[in-house]
Design a protein around this ligand. Structure first.
Ligand code: ADP
Length: 526
């Protein structure tokens, strides 16, 4: 039995390196091995301990306390328990102890003892918990366990949607999840008193708008993910909302305690900076658009003035020829023909000047259609968020590439998304949705921007693309006109329709080039 229980030199090396007590006892409770940490804990070297009965190893009363556990391990059961262990400083220390049976062909040979100094680990944890710039909450989520177990059992494909679908469920789980302790940083971040916060339901710090983020963390726990991280909005005790990066690491199911520690970093400053930057960008884009349109209007007014004067002069001449006592129909016809010619010239000037509004020189390059959409979406996402518009992307995978001017196509896509958002501004939040799609369409790649707005009168799209057609108070009526110029210059077409279920849908196409050999991110599956 001795041989079977003797530790080989490798085990000894490993065991000696660990900051835990590791020992081996035989079936008669005689110590056969003790690692170096015993010297630190008991003040006795392994040499002094090996050969001792457990009764002498500890005090007799400690041995008596261990007897029920010793009986269980002798039956081949692995036993874990928390208990007090005498320390060389004369105090009793809390330890987490595990007995692991060692079984041979003839049954029980003895057992390994593993003991960790809980106080030491708690002390280290406390050090990290209290001394960091990250706000920590230690939570008791035993109240959330029934819901987690119910959803786990239901095997739902989308637990987050499941949670959000049942009214009030997320809020109930939040109110059942209670704070055990917070660190100083969390106390100051949330404006709470660390000494009286224990037992507070965390729902107090979660505004309704962030319930989906909380449901996401539960869904992650249900899916067995080890960690979860999300940017969300929480609120201080006084109700003031702020942006945080929220993270949590879930304990594994084996643990007996329903404790989870979550960490939060205040990112409101960063978010404020990003918002300010986005606003500056939007303002700049607006200023650029207005100044382009200002120039455009001036140049149209200037260039069209002359043919319009000619139209009026020829119209007057035609009238004079007709008003004569003996009307000269030949001269009148000639004047009207000149009038039509000048009117055509005026409309050509408008068309040419409109083309000028399109960004100066067109640069053609091979593009991945979905990356073009991603870039356009990145530029307006915040603006759509701020307007309470939900954005959906339904992008086909494995699209061919297109040879196009990236900025110009982005300009078209952005314009359609902004128009969609503006069209829905008057309707209740929660019903505003923009869907952007891409798909292959024969020799073309087709793009769609659909909204859930009111559509346009009589579903008649003939006026929409005309220059200066607008129904908005501060509209210029140039966006769609410029979009059509860009799309047609690329060899594609653009059209608008009303959808049977309501809302407008704008479609444009661009000729497909060769296969897309861009990185795989370009192939987003629908
Ligand atoms: P502007 O946005 O300055 O009005 P546009 O040329 O971009 O100029 O749009 C012209 C008009 O087309 C808009 O004023 C609006 O009446 C109509 N329109 C554009 N997009 C939509 C949409 N998604 N739903 C309903 N009407 C739209």
């Amino acid at each position: 039995m001795r041989a079977a229980l003797a530790a080989d030199s490798n085990l000894r090396k490993i065991a000696d390196a660990l900051p835990a007590l590791i020992a081996i006892f035989d079936a008669d409770h005689i110590c056969r091995f003790a690692n170096a940490h015993h010297l630190e804990w008991h003040g006795r070297s392994p040499d002094e301990l090996v050969g001792l009965h457990m009764r002498e190893f500890f005090a007799p009363e400690v041995y008596a306390h261990r007897l029920p556990y010793l009986e269980r391990v002798a039956k081949g059961e692995q036993v874990s328990f928390d208990a007090q262990m005498p320390h060389r400083d004369g105090m009793m220390r809390d330890a987490a102890i595990r007995y692991v049976p060692k079984m041979g062909p003839d049954g029980f040979l003895g057992f390994y003892v593993l003991a960790f100094d809980v106080a030491l680990h708690q002390h280290r944890f406390r050090g990290v918990f209290d001394g960091t710039a990250v706000a920590f909450w230690e939570l008791d989520f035993s109240g959330a366990k029934p819901v987690i177990l119910r959803l786990k059992a239901s095997d739902s494909a989308d637990p987050q949607a499941h949670l959000l679908a049942e009214p009030g469920l997320v809020r109930r789980v939040m109110d059942a999840t209670r704070i055990i302790d917070v660190n100083d940083k969390a106390a100051s971040m949330f404006g709470i008193d660390r000494n009286s916060v224990a037992g507070t339901p965390i729902g107090r710090f979660w505004p309704a708008e962030s319930e989906a983020a909380f449901a996401g963390s539960l869904a992650a726990a249900i899916a067995g993910q080890p960690t979860y991280e999300i940017e969300t909005v929480l609120q201080r005790a006084d109700g003031q909302a702020f942006d945080v990066l929220f993270t949590c690491a879930f304990p594994d199911d084996a643990g007996p305690k329903h404790h989870v520690t979550v960490g939060m970093v205040d990112i409101s400053e960063r978010v404020a900076k990003e918002q300010a930057l986005a606003k500056v960008q939007a303002d700049l884009a607006h200023a650029a658009r207005v100044s382009t349109l200002g120039e455009l209007t001036a140049s149209i007014a200037h260039e069209v003035n002359q043919p319009l004067a000619a139209v009026a002069a020829n119209g007057n001449a035609a009238l004079r020829w007709l008003n004569r006592a003996e009307p000269d129909l030949g001269e009148a016809k000639a004047a009207i023909a000149r009038l039509i010619e000048e009117a055509n010239r005026a409309s050509e000037i408008i068309a040419r000047t409109r083309a000028l509004a399109v960004k100066g020189e067109s640069v053609r390059e091979p593009l991945c259609p979905n990356l073009m959409i991603d870039d356009a979406v990145a530029m307006v996402r915040r603006q759509l968020d701020a307007q309470g518009v939900e954005l959906r992307l339904e992008l086909a995978s494995r699209l061919p590439e297109i040879v196009a001017d990236r900025i110009q196509l982005q300009q078209v896509t952005i314009n359609l998304m902004i128009n969609a958002a503006q069209a829905m501004a008057g309707q209740p939040e929660g019903t505003r949705r923009v869907t952007v799609r891409s798909r292959a369409d024969g020799a073309m790649v087709a793009f769609e921007v659909a909204d859930t707005g009111p559509g346009f009168p009589d579903c008649d799209s003939s006026k929409l693309f005309g220059a200066f057609y607008t129904t908005k108070e501060s509209g210029m009526g140039m966006g769609l006109s410029v979009a059509r110029t860009i799309v047609e210059a690329h060899g594609g077409t653009i059209e608008a329709n009303c959808q049977p279920e309501g809302g407008a849908i704008f479609r444009f196409t661009v000729p497909a080039g060769g296969p897309c050999d861009m990185p795989p991110t370009c192939h987003t599956d629908v």
